[in-house]
Design a protein around this ligand. Structure first.
Ligand code: MIC
Ligand code: SF4
Length: 638
């Protein structure tokens, strides 16, 4: 049977299940990655599994999120991560080496390999032809211990590209156009597989910009074929031996198809406060801009930076705004320094930020009150920047650089000649900021700072869940709403402290109320839990006693995280029943047999509401045990 590329890689890694869309499958994972903000938990969980060394082909621990170091917490976490990597056989990417997805693409991601990462933008590696999936830290820990990754067999959407991008139109505009058509929930349960003659016009970093932001579609992942362009990139990274020619079989079929004519695209922006609120930049023409930020795992490659530098060359950043630039990796930074591009940036008055996530996750460089911030990032959720009143616009580096010079939105096509930058034939390769693990790590002492709190565990699932509706939220609630990052990132290793901030931006009293009521229920709308992979959005509510989350629909990673931490995820059989529950209503449900039809009893209103779930047999087993870790320990004991 002719297979598409996604099916081919899945088939080669299938540990169990059948390749039928929607059916549970398990995949062998060749590589794992973590970053520091999700990594500390992931390694505590890995440690609890009692496995002496990682059982993957390659596992890398990056430090890129939590780098402000306002006190001992972040540097303590870094020491913990460095020592635990050495103990268990992981490569450690030191702070300063760059953003995990950019660095992984440069140095480790491989065509045809599977990768699981505790960060939702792990699909960046799809740009090189890797099947790369974002997940919660616990799922990554399980894979590091050699278990396969469980998921539902995705549908495969063919994205057929024709033509070539015109001047000033970029890979960012490709994915913004896909988001315009598909929306932030359109990709749930799907892999976006890019093909067609337009593919060969896109370089690997351009492809990676597209697959990176596939996360914003809610997709399982996105992938490009591995072709001569991929080979060139690998060669330039001194890894040509890792190249494989990979693509769909002749006559492969797909579940759905969309067609994009690259030559018809124009510069686009995602307007506040969702990545699918897409407007052409020409419609924003003249709108004053208060801040510009260039970087993030979406748009911080060498060519992105070089083009920005050429736009800035000989000019000065507009007096009304501040421009911050974070090159994606030390490789990129070193190369723009060598080629003089850094001088163009400094000369124009750009503020150089660390090669890290920085403002993308609200770690500094917040916009002013009511500010219009133009960013090359991938998420513009309300408040994520650190300024509740700011509006974030997501654009290409070119649109951002032009706005920085002009002080207002400007259609870059009116700015002048498009700067020509070619991909380097050879990147500057310097792996000295990776620490490779010793053969035998058993004697390594793990350093644990006082901010690293023990893992909270939940008991077995109670047969009957009872409590009040602790909060009722609308559609598209993000994990940034549930568990804010930014200034609270240093609390990632300390669940009891972090849990005090659950839902803070929506309802300041939530955490106190949940504790006082000894837990209860969360009621939500469509696409609940979209965005990041942070399992704290399940772990901290679990710590506060949340028993079940009842919504119209879930985002993939958050749904898995709820199961992993023993919170029962349910959906309304009839979405209109959402209206039949109000804040503080007293609810009751019998979950002693999750294979039977379930009825939620709203005792305050005297109404019975049918609810359903999409849990696999394995999910139910995990829930019953009180979470994945409890189940794993139980099984190990048995
Ligand atoms: C994000 O972009 O939201 C993050 C911060 O990278 C998260 C991970 C986290 O919350 O630590 C993600 O995308 O998964
Ligand atoms: Fe870091 Fe932002 Fe990318 Fe998340 S989206 S990994 S915070 S750069």
């Amino acid at each position: 049977m002719a297979l598409n590329l996604t099916q081919k890689i899945i088939q080669a890694h299938l540990a169990s299940g059948e390749m039928k869309a929607g059916q549970p499958i398990a995949l062998k994972m060749d590589q794992t990655l973590t970053q520091d903000a999700t990594g500390t938990m992931a390694y505590l969980q890995f440690e609890a599994l009692g496995v002496p060394r990682v059982r993957t082909e390659l596992s890398v621990s990056y430090v890129d999120h939590n780098t402000l170091q306002e006190d001992f917490k972040n540097p303590d976490d870094h020491n913990f991560l460095r020592t635990i990597a050495a103990k268990y056989g992981l490569v450690f990417s030191r702070p300063g080496n760059g953003i995990c997805h950019q660095v992984h693409l440069e140095r480790f991601a491989r065509p045809g390999r599977t990768l699981i990462g505790s960060d939702s933008h792990t699909p960046t590696a799809g740009g090189i032809g890797s099947l790369a999936i974002g997940a919660g830290g616990l799922d990554v820990a399980m894979c590091m211990a050699g278990n396969p990754f469980s998921l539902k067999m995705p549908k495969v959407v063919k994205v057929y590209l024709t033509g070539a991008l015109p001047a000033w139109v970029t890979a960012k505009d490709v994915i913004l156009e896909v988001l315009r058509r598909e929306t932030v929930k359109g990709g749930v349960g799907c892999v976006y597989e890019y093909c067609g003659p337009g593919v060969e016009t896109l370089t690997v970093p351009e492809r990676a910009t597209i697959t990176n932001m596939g996360a914003e579609l809610g997709a399982t992942t996105s992938i490009f074929p591995s072709d001569s362009m991929t080979r060139q990139f690998l060669k330039a990274q001194d890894r040509e031996d890792q190249w494989e020619n990979l693509g769909p079989d002749e006559g492969a079929t797909y579940d759905r198809e969309i067609h994009l004519e690259l030559d018809k695209l124009e510069p686009l922006a995602a307007a506040p406060h969702m990545p699918d609120v897409i407007v052409p930049v020409r419609d924003l023409e003249g709108k004053p801009v208060d801040q510009v930020a260039i970087g993030s795992c979406t748009n911080s490659s060498y060519v992105d930076m070089a083009r920005v530098a050429m736009i800035l060359r000989g000019r000065t950043v507009h007096p009304r705004l501040s421009l911050g630039i974070a090159p994606g990796s030390r490789q990129v930074l070193a190369m723009i320094a060598e080629n003089g591009y850094l001088n163009d940036m400094i000369g124009a008055g750009a503020r150089l930020l660390e090669s890290a996530c920085g403002p993308c996750i609200g770690q500094g460089f917040a916009p002013p009150t009511n500010g219009v911030s133009v960013r090359t990032f991938n998420r513009n959720f309300e408040g994520r920047s650190g300024t509740a009143t700011a509006g974030i616009y997501l654009v290409s580096p070119e649109v951002a650089a032009v706005a920085a010079v002009e002080g207002k939105f400007t259609d870059p096509r009116t700015f002048g000649e498009y700067p020509k930058v070619t991909m380097p034939e050879r990147f500057k390769i310097d792996d000295s900021m990776f620490i490779f693990p010793p053969e035998d790590g058993s004697k390594v002492e793990i350093l644990r700072g006082p901010n690293i709190a023990p893992l909270p565990v939940k008991g077995e699932l109670e047969p009957r869940l009872e409590g009040v509706a602790l909060i009722k939220v609308g559609d598209n609630i993000t994990t940034d709403h549930i568990m804010p990052a930014g200034k609270y990132l240093p609390l990632r290793s300390n669940v009891p402290e972090y849990a005090k901030h659950v839902f803070e931006s929506i309802d300041k009293e939530f955490a106190a109320r949940a504790k006082a009521k000894q837990g209860g229920f969360i009621i939500g709308g469509e696409n609940y839990g979209q965005g990041s992979s942070r399992e704290h959005a399940a772990l901290c509510p679990m710590y506060l006693g949340v028993k079940a989350v009842i919504v119209k629909s879930f985002a993939r990673i958050h749904l898995a995280n709820l199961v992993n931490f023993g919170i029962v995820p349910l959906t309304f059989q009839n979405p209109a029943d959402y209206d039949k529950i109000d804040l503080n209503d007293h609810l009751h449900i019998d979950v002693s047999d999750l294979s039977r039809p379930l009825v939620l009893d709203n005792r305050t209103k005297g109404i019975k509401i049918p609810v359903v779930h999409s849990l696999s047999g394995r999910d139910i087993e995990i829930l019953k045990a009180g979470g994945q870790l409890s189940l794993a320990k139980k099984q190990a004991g048995a």
